[in-house]
Design a protein around this ligand. Structure first.
Ligand code: FAD
Length: 338
């Protein structure tokens, strides 16, 4: 591991100033459950770490008439265990409580979760502690080196949003739930404050898969907001994985429904585990409006959500799996609306 400097500022403004003071090679660190991991693997080699965990006031959950507000440093377990959320927004509770393990959720923050990097095995394996050029080419780890997954073992790779340069899946569960629920992130950087939708935080890989996020490196996430909606109660995060705990999604669906009588007034659907970024399924949402949700309509919405999916060598199973995941999630959400 290469040497790095370490500071622990006590305000968001001081953190941004610390970033500006070193100009390049700096990274914020929160729970460290991803970044330290990647540093040990030689994939991330920051020269300066700015630990944000001593900043006061960014670890609270608040609520107004219009929105839920989650401080960026709130732990995944604190949010997952919130009793109001569990009842009124099961999609948010389930996305966090079905992610990682209890120990990791105690350490990890909800902002760090948004910015975790892919678990693609060709990205994570192959670098050494002194060089990021490893045994396997990876355009995300080493731009221009190629993508070993495309002709390699692609069982876990994306079927939506992939490019000739990268097929790596966006790994997080929480970002999928937030995308479905129209959440936003509040940012503070050298250029000031701004707010962007979570759906605009992630880039498609295109020809530059090493550029994963749209925020500037010096921008600190200070808060995550979720607009309040009646659809929150009739919601679920349905996650399919290789074992029932402590595993990333093979396919997942975040779904929320607002019903008028037995007709769908509003539907929220986003997919995880199958795409290169959290994937909002707007066409599938539209197809439900004004209709009575039946198992057949739920399957049709699942097929629309996977429209345009392109399988590789060994991951075509994900298309069927995701169609059923969306359909099952819709029926679970419908049951909660009743
Ligand atoms: C074995 C294992 C299994 C896992 N399983 C799952 C799973 O099933 N589902 C899932 O969703 N996740 C899973 N994870 C990922 C885990 O949830 C993340 O590691 C965690 O959420 C990251 O949060 P952190 O606070 O530790 O982030 P850090 O490691 O501290 O930081 C991660 C990134 O976010 C940046 N960052 C952190 N905070 C801020 C901020 N406030 N503003 C700007 N940038 C910031 C850092 O610079 C870094 O790039 C797993 C992790 C492990 C190790």
């Amino acid at each position: 591991m290469q040497p790095f400097s370490y500071v622990r500022p006590e305000t968001p403004e001081a953190a941004v100033q610390a970033f500006a003071a070193v100009r390049s090679g700096a990274r914020y660190i929160a729970g460290g459950t991803t970044l330290y991991d990647l540093m040990k693997l030689g994939i991330e080699r920051p020269a300066h770490l700015i630990d944000v965990t001593a900043i006061d006031g960014l670890d609270t959950i608040d609520s107004s008439d219009r929105e839920l507000r989650f401080g960026a440093l709130t732990s995944m377990s604190t949010v997952a265990d919130d009793p109001v959320l569990r009842h009124d927004y099961p999609v948010l509770h389930e996305a966090l409580s079905r992610a990682a393990s209890q120990q990791l959720r105690n350490m990890a923050t909800i902002a760090g979760n948004l910015l975790q990097r892919t678990r693609c095995m060709y990205f994570r394996n192959g670098a050494s502690s002194t060089s990021s050029v490893g045994a396997y080419p990876c355009n995300k780890r080493e731009p221009g080196s190629g993508c070993a997954a495309i002709s390699g073992h692609d069982h876990g790779q994306a079927v939506l949003g992939q490019s000739k340069a990268c097929t790596a899946v966006s790994p997080g569960d929480w970002p999928v739930a937030l995308t479905a629920m129209d959440a936003s992130v509040e940012l503070l950087g050298a250029a000031g404050r701004r707010t962007i939708p979570v759906s605009r935080l992630y880039r498609l890989p295109g020809t530059k898969p090493h550029l994963e996020f749209t925020i500037r490196p010096d921008e600190l996430i200070t808060c995550i907001t979720v607009p309040k909606t009646r659809a929150g109660r009739a919601s679920t995060y349905h996650k399919i994985r290789e074992r029932e705990s402590y595993a990333f999604a093979l396919a997942s669906a975040a779904v929320a429904l607002d019903l008028d009588g037995d007709r769908v007034q509003q539907a929220h659907i986003a997919l995880g585990g199958v795409a290169t970024r959290p994937w909002r399924a707007t066409e599938a949402e539209q197809a439900l409006i004004g209709k009575r949700l039946t198992p057949a309509l739920a399957r049709a919405a699942g097929r629309l959500a996977l429209k345009g999916a392109r399988p590789g060598n060994a991951n075509a199973y994900k298309i069927d799996l995701a169609i059923h995941t969306v359909a099952d999630a819709l029926i679970i959400a419908l049951g909660r609306a009743a």
